[in-house]
Ligand binder design. Structure first.
Ligand code: GLA
Length: 393
């Protein structure tokens, strides 16, 4: 067990080793824990050099890594009851997704010139897969931290974050931004991270929501479009930047683009690219105002912006889906809900809701019933707590 003390609050947190890992722990075993994440506001802005406001949560991936004397790599997923074996010379993308998140990180260490020895690894997580809570980033960060300890490479946390992100690009095929891995590694108890994805400067903002809680409604769907459309959105944003750059060579990303620039140079050329870029430019501005709301303790104004973000993601950026739109519409006029929106990449996963604490039970009942009647599917509910980021146990 590791006891982490939060330096700013003095609060200590205990992270227990999941009992399922016990059979895999021997002398020399390294154990790492990396959490999933939520994101309050700032969606699809990270790869546009914008801002995000994520936090690590109380659901995490745990990995054990035990060195071997040969060059074999034996991976074990406790939750899936699956195994995968390869050798250190034979690291490549597999047809199964879960080994890719581990092997993708191994490959990053190899590319940096580290001699990775054979090892046994066991993985378990309580982050629901495909729920938009970044279970893959958590596995990557846990692996990176554990391998860093095994190899005694002493890489800084930001380097491990970037290696984890690259693993996602190269082994999972998603050209993701840096938010998920950053939040998983750098999260802090009871704080959100305000991250500038251009400079990578960040600040921890206390997240005090007296009388309110973060409730996640998991749509229980994951549409296959997710990763392909994600990469398409990224390209559309780049196309918009290129159009503006022809007139403003100082523009490097959507971060530098203004609405008048979009209206002048993109709207007449390509309506779809305009809509995509408009959403991102508006979302960056919205996040900055939302941070002011947080500072002023104006949670009602903050929540309103979450609904606006959802509208933009659904109608302009088009990464929502019927199920997510339904879940947001269900709570839109409910006075106990300050704000709600789809969260993460989209095409399924969760909505994030700021809900009055004493009304949660009532709301959960109402939404569950309506969702099952309309979508013939069950909604899953998670009440998130904000936790510390990755650590060795
Ligand atoms: C996924 C990606 C992140 C980010 C979000 C959308 O979670 O991994 O980098 O782009 O989608 O905000």
């Amino acid at each position: 067990m590791l006891i982490q003390a939060d330096q700013s609050t003095g609060i200590t947190t205990k992270y227990d080793i999941p009992p399922a890992l016990a059979p895999f722990i021997r002398e020399g075993t390294i154990i790492a824990r990396s959490p999933g994440r939520i994101n309050l506001i700032g969606e699809h802005t990270d790869y546009n050099e914008g801002y995000v406001l994520p936090a690590a949560i109380d659901k995490a991936a745990f990995i054990t890594i035990t060195p071997r004397s040969d060059n074999e790599i034996h991976l074990h997923s406790i939750d899936l009851g699956a195994a995968y074996t390869t050798t250190t010379e034979n690291i490549g993308k597999t047809k199964y997704s879960w080994p890719n998140y581990i092997l993708g990180v191994v490959q990053q260490f190899k590319e940096k010139g580290y001699q990775v020895p054979g090892f046994d690894a066991a993985l378990t997580a309580d982050i629901p897969i495909g729920a938009g809570l970044s279970s893959s980033a958590a596995v990557e960060c846990a692996t990176a931290l554990a391998l860093d300890a095994l190899l005694q490479s002493k890489l800084d946390k930001l380097t491990l974050v970037k290696m984890s992100q690259k693993a996602e690009h190269e082994f999972a095929g998603v050209q993701c931004g840096i938010m998920d891995q950053f939040a998983s590694m750098f999260g802090r108890l009871n704080h959100v991270i305000r991250l500038d994805c251009r400079s990578l400067e960040y600040a921890y903002e206390p997240f005090n929501m007296d009388g309110f809680k973060v409730v996640l409604f998991d749509s229980n769907v994951k549409h296959s479009l997710g990763s392909s459309e994600y990469n398409v959105r990224r390209k559309q944003c780049e196309t918009g930047v290129a159009m503006v750059q022809q007139h403003h060579n100082e523009v490097l990303s959507l971060r530098d683009v203004t609405m008048p620039m979009l209206e002048k140079y993109v709207l007449p050329e390509d309506m779809l690219v305009y809509q995509r870029c408009r959403y991102v430019v508006e979302e960056n501005n919205r996040l900055l105002q939302a941070c002011e709301d947080l500072e002023n303790g104006d949670m009602a104004a903050f929540g309103k912006k979450m609904f606006e973000t959802h509208y933009g993601l659904s109608k302009l950026y088009e990464v929502s889906c019927t199920e997510l739109d339904f879940l947001v519409a269900q709570v839109q006029d409910n006075p106990a809900v300050l704000g709600a929106r789809m969260m993460g990449g989209g095409f399924g996963g969760c909505t994030i809701n700021l809900v009055q604490e004493d009304k949660i039970d009532e709301l959960v009942q109402e939404v569950s019933k309506a969702y099952s009647n309309a979508m013939h599917n069950d909604v899953k509910v998670y009440i998130s707590k904000i936790e510390n980021g990755s650590s060795l146990l």
